[in-house]
Design a protein around this ligand. Structure first.
Ligand SMILES: Nc1ncnc2c1ncn2[C@@H]1O[C@H](COP(=O)(O)OP(=O)(O)OP(=O)(O)O)[C@@H](O)[C@H]1O
Ligand SMILES: [Mg+2]
Length: 310
C-alpha cells in the first residue's frame, strides 16, 4: 500500500473538513477523487502531505508516518497544487530548476531532469518566459513540471486541468498516463467526471468530508440501484403520465426537465419496449426515445442526493 488513510478527522474551527475519512492508494494505480467544491479533496491531500496536522486518525505513506524531517519519503513525493505555485520573477526553466533543486543537489543530474520535465510538458519553446507571459494552459503545464521534475514515485495532482484549453487538457491527461506507465502511483482530483472515468483505475466519491465509496468505474455503477435510464420527450408535460410511470414495475424514479422525461429502472432487462408500449397505449406522441446506462454522474446523484455539477 502506498498510502493508508485511517479515520481522519480534520476540523477548521466549526467546519469539519474531513470526517472519519478512509482511503488506500495501491501501488502504481491512478486513484481519482471526485467531489463538489468544499467537499475536502484539497484538505485530504494536504493532510497526507503532512502540511496540515489533523485531529484524529492515522496516515501512512510508504508504510511510515510522515514527519517534518522525513526527507527520504518527501523526496519520493511530487505535489502539483490546485493554485499555481510559481515564482513570477523566475523563467520557466528557473522555476522547474528551483523545485527540482529542493530534492536533487547534483547540478548535472538536475539539468538533465529539468530538460526532461520541460519536454515532458512541451514547454521547449518557452524556457525563457516568465509565468505571466504564458497562457493559462501553459502555466498549468509549468506547474505540473515543477511538481514532477524530480521523478517522484508518488504524485498528487489537485485539479490540474481546471480552466485549461482542450489542447493543454489532453496534453496533461496523456502526460499523467505516461507518468503512471513509468511506474508512478497517482492521486488525481477533478470535477470532470469524464476525465476521471477515462484516466483512473479506481475512483473515490467525496462528499462533505467523507469518502462515500471507492471502487472501479464498474464497481461504482454496480453499487447503485439504477440499471437503466430511459429518456423521451413529450410535447406537453402530463401529470397523469408521470404518476402512471412511477407505478410501473421496476421504475424507481421519474423526473421531468424541459419536457424530457427521465425514467430510472432497477431491473437488468431492456425496458425501452415497455416505455414505447406504455406511450402507444395512451396515444402519446413522443420525440427522441432512447436508453442510457447509468453514468458516474448518476452514481453521484444516487449516493449523495445531488448533482456534482451545479
Ligand atoms: N485553511 C482553511 N481554513 C478554514 N477552512 C478551510 C480551510 N481550508 C479548507 N477549509 C474548509 O474546509 C472544507 C473543505 O475544503 P477543501 O478546500 O478541502 O475542499 P475541496 O474539495 O478541495 O474544494 P474545491 O473543489 O473547491 O477545491 C470547506 O468547507 C472549506 O471552506
Ligand atoms: Mg480543492
Amino acid at each position: 500500500m502506498v498510502i493508508n488513510v485511517k479515520n481522519i478527522v480534520k476540523e477548521f474551527k466549526e467546519i469539519r473538513a474531513l470526517d472519519s475519512f478512509n482511503l488506500e492508494l495501491r501501488e502504481k494505480e491512478i486513484l481519482g477523487l471526485i467531489g463538489p467544491n468544499g467537499s475536502g479533496k484539497t484538505t485530504l491531500l494536504l493532510s497526507i502531505l503532512g502540511i496540515y496536522s489533523f485531529d484524529k486518525g492515522e496516515i501512512k505513506v510508504f508504510n511510515q508516518e510522515l514527519k517534518p524531517n522525513s526527507y527520504d519519503i518527501k523526496r519520493k513525493i511530487g505535489y502539483v497544487p490546485q493554485e499555481l505555485a510559481l515564482f513570477e520573477e523566475l523563467t520557466v526553466y528557473e522555476n522547474i530548476d528551483y523545485f527540482c533543486g529542493l530534492y536533487i543537489s547534483d547540478s548535472k543530474k538536475r539539468k538533465e531532469l529539468v530538460e526532461k520535465a520541460i519536454s515532458f510538458v512541451g514547454l521547449e519553446k518557452f524556457k525563457k518566459f516568465v509565468p505571466s507571459k504564458l497562457s493559462g494552459g501553459l502555466a498549468r503545464r509549468l506547474n505540473i513540471a515543477c511538481g514532477i521534475a524530480h521523478q517522484p514515485e508518488l504524485i498528487f495532482l489537485d485539479e490540474p486541468t481546471v480552466a485549461v484549453d482542450a489542447q493543454s487538457r489532453s496534453f496533461i491527461l496523456e502526460g499523467i498516463k505516461e507518468l503512471n506507465r513509468q511506474g508512478a502511483s497517482i492521486i488525481y482530483t477533478s470535477h470532470y467526471l469524464e476525465e476521471v472515468e477515462d484516466l483512473c483505475d479506481r475512483i473515490a466519491i467525496i462528499d462533505q468530508g467523507r469518502n462515500i465509496i471507492t471502487g472501479t468505474n464498474e464497481e461504482l455503477r454496480d453499487s447503485i440501484a439504477t440499471t437503466e435510464i430511459i429518456k423521451f420527450t413529450l410535447l406537453e408535460e402530463n401529470g397523469i403520465v408521470l404518476k402512471e410511470l412511477r407505478n410501473l414495475s421496476h421504475v424507481i424514479d421519474v423526473t421531468i426537465k424541459d419536457s424530457e422525461y427521465t425514467v430510472k429502472f432497477d431491473n437488468p432487462n431492456s425496458n425501452i419496449g415497455t416505455i414505447a408500449q406504455f406511450l402507444k397505449d395512451r396515444g402519446l406522441t413522443y420525440l427522441k426515445l432512447y436508453t442510457e446506462v447509468p453514468s458516474l454522474n448518476d452514481v453521484f446523484l444516487e449516493l449523495t442526493g445531488k448533482e456534482l455539477r451545479d
